[in-house]
Design a protein around this ligand. Structure first.
Ligand code: HEC
Ligand code: HEC
Ligand code: HEC
Length: 130
């Protein structure tokens, strides 16, 4: 029985390794998909999004919805974020000016999440800064 302890330790490590990917997946976010590698904005647009990254990841759909309503219904053109900074309310001139590679940013996530926003039927999509 002199190997018993080692076997138990070995089993514990083995089971731990088996569980590791699951633990990682749980941390990956509520959408239930693994976040792909994204093309992030180049300087000088690489500092901050209009809101915090975490918040944007979860809420950008709703924010875009609000933005559209504010412009189209209320004629509002300036968004003041939670830090008091001002942004023009515009999908093309604001979001896509920083995120100027739609394919490597927006599309990357949406393909993984299997959503196809129809916005680009009308709004112009930037092709990237290549
Ligand atoms: C001033 C440049 C800028 C503007 C304008 C901007 N973003 Fe961002 N955005 C960034 C940066 C930089 C990050 C990543 C920040 C980081 O690394 O934490 C980011 C992060 C994000 C993320 C999260 C990505 C992730 O890692 O999960 C989403 C989604 C997003 N932006 C969507 C938008 C949308 C939609 C708009 C317009 C409503 C917008 N952004 C406007 C610069 C910008
Ligand atoms: C970090 C990953 C990620 C990035 C980056 C991202 N999205 Fe999304 N987006 C999602 C997910 C996930 C959904 C679906 C959410 C849901 O169904 O609740 C979504 C949904 C949307 C929707 C709503 C579509 C619908 O049919 O409900 C719009 C509009 C949208 N995204 C626009 C954008 C734009 C514009 C960009 C790039 C500036 C972008 N997203 C970048 C993950 C991302
Ligand atoms: C049928 C065409 C069409 C589709 C599809 C469409 N839009 Fe628009 N959108 C418009 C028009 C037209 C305006 C008004 C432009 C203005 O008044 O400056 C607008 C305005 C907006 C605005 C505010 C002004 C601006 O320039 O960005 C936002 C934000 C916006 N749309 C987001 C979206 C999002 C997000 C989607 C996809 C979920 C979407 N739109 C789909 C036609 C469309």
């Amino acid at each position: 029985m002199q190997y018993g302890g080692k076997i138990v330790i070995g089993l514990v490590i083995f089971v731990g390794l088996l569980l590791l990917p699951t633990v990682y997946d749980l941390g990956a976010g509520s959408a239930g998909y693994k976040q792909p590698k994204l093309q992030m904005p180049a300087p000088p647009n690489d500092k901050n999004c209009v809101e915090d990254t975490e918040w944007m990841r979860k809420n950008h759909m709703q924010l875009l919805n609000d933005w559209r309503d504010w412009v189209v219904r209320d004629g509002k053109t300036v968004y003041v974020n939670s830090h008091g900074e001002e942004f023009e309310i515009s999908l093309q001139n604001t979001c896509m000016k920083c995120h100027n590679d739609k394919e490597q940013f927006c599309d990357k996530c949406h393909e993984t999440a299997e959503v196809t926003p129809y916005c680009w039927d009308c709004h112009l999509a930037p092709k990237g800064a290549k």
